[in-house]
Each structure stands twice: as C-alpha cells, then as structure tokens.
Design a protein around this ligand. Structure first.
Ligand code: SF4
Ligand code: SF4
Length: 206
C-alpha cells in the first residue's frame, strides 16, 4: 500500500448551505486551509480536507454534519463483532462504568466486542519485523486516516515514512474475523461475520 498518491477519499463531513452564515469559524481552525467562503457560504476543497473534524466542533450554527450509514446494515451479518478502542471508555463520565458501556453496545446488536488493544502484541511483532526488513526510520503508523491524509497534504516529504503495511485497524479486523471464523461452532458454520469499528470522537456542541 503506498501513500504518495491521493486516492479518491470519501469525506463524511458535509456543510449544510441553508444553515451556513459564512462566519469563518470553521476556516480559522482548519489545519489544511481546506475551507474557503464563496458567496457567503463555506466550501470545502475535497483534495485538502483530511476529515479531522475540527470544523465540526467550531461551527456555531451546527451547519456541519457527519454523513452516516444506516445502522441497521449491521444486521445483514449474523455474527457482528465490534472493535472498541480503550479511549472510548475514557470518554464517558466517571459514574458510567465499563460494564454499562459494553452492555449498551451488546444491546445495540453486536454479538461480540473486542478491545482493539488486545491485538497490540500481535501488531508489535508485525511492526518490528517490518522495521527490520525496511530499516525505515522514523516509522509513522497508518493507524489514523486523518493523520495519513494530513501528511499527504501538508508534509509530503514524510510520506515515505508512513508504514506501507495495512492500517493497524484493518489488521486487527482481519485478526478478529479469523478468530471468529476458527471458533465457529458446527451449527454456525454458514453464518457470515461482520467486523465493525466504533470511532471515539467527541462532538462539542456550543
Ligand atoms: S474536517 Fe478538518 S481538514 Fe476537513 S475541512 Fe474540516 S477542519 Fe478542514
Ligand atoms: S463555522 Fe459553520 S456557519 Fe460558520 S462558515 Fe463554517 S460552516 Fe458556515
């Protein structure tokens, strides 16, 4: 996988023109100068946007929204695994404990829940092996798509330092899928497995 070409990228953030007042708050916080105001409305240069979400939190008019898939799509899989990063748990207030959060996720419809960090030892081995083979230093993880895009757009001289391995999240998803496929009971052998990721992103509405 190479990162020196800007591949077509699906941007999840959209600006609602009917709500936008052209106040430029979003433009001021954008790390890649991707936003310009034309005819009193904000417009995003899709080639420069890295999907960091800074503009979303800065907009006082709630004019920036995140496009979402239909959640019910998860039910097209009979075995539904969710990868949860530990930092998601830390985003909840102290009086909400981990078991409550996991119970809520199960109640939403996920049949299995895994902490992403459980595959870290497995990932470490892959990374050490990769670094020894390529002698690439410093090695930049491709974990966060926004960081990869930011390097492509703002710091192209560092593109060669991004690991060409699959993103750790993709490796974790493959690991979990293989694990579940191997552990399937005989009666479940025809059930399809879907692996999903929950993104820890805090929306600060003003
Ligand atoms: S998501 Fe980030 S990069 Fe994209 S327009 Fe908003 S602030 Fe700029
Ligand atoms: S911060 Fe919101 S209202 Fe202001 S220009 Fe940006 S999108 Fe429009």
């Amino acid at each position: 996988m190479r990162h020196d070409d800007l591949k077509p990228f699906h941007h999840a953030l959209k600006i609602l023109e009917n709500k936008c007042t052209g106040c430029v708050h979003c433009m001021r916080v954008c790390p890649t100068d991707a936003i310009r105001i034309f005819s009193g409305k904000a417009h995003v240069d899709q080639n420069r946007c890295v999907d960091c979400g800074e503009c979303l939190n800065a907009c006082p008019m709630n004019a920036i929204v995140v496009e979402q898939d239909d959640f019910n799509k998860i039910f097209s899989f009979e075995i539904r695994a969710l990868l949860v990063p530990a930092m998601l748990i830390g985003q909840f207030p102290e009086d909400i404990v981990e078991s409550q959060i996991l119970t809520a996720l199960h109640e939403l419809g996920f049949t299995h829940i895994f902490e992403v960090e459980t595959v870290v030892p497995f990932l470490n081995e892959i990374y050490i092996d990769y670094q020894e083979k390529t002698n690439k230093k410093p090695l930049i993880s491709s974990f966060c798509p926004a960081i990869v895009r930011l390097i492509q757009v703002r710091f192209p001289s560092l593109v060669g330092n991004i690991t060409e391995l699959k993103a750790p999240l993709d490796i974790a998803a493959l690991y979990v899928r293989n694990l579940l496929e191997r552990k399937k009971r005989k009666k479940d052998k025809d059930k399809n497995v879907g692996v999903f990721y929950v993104t820890p992103y805090k929306i600060v509405r003003k």
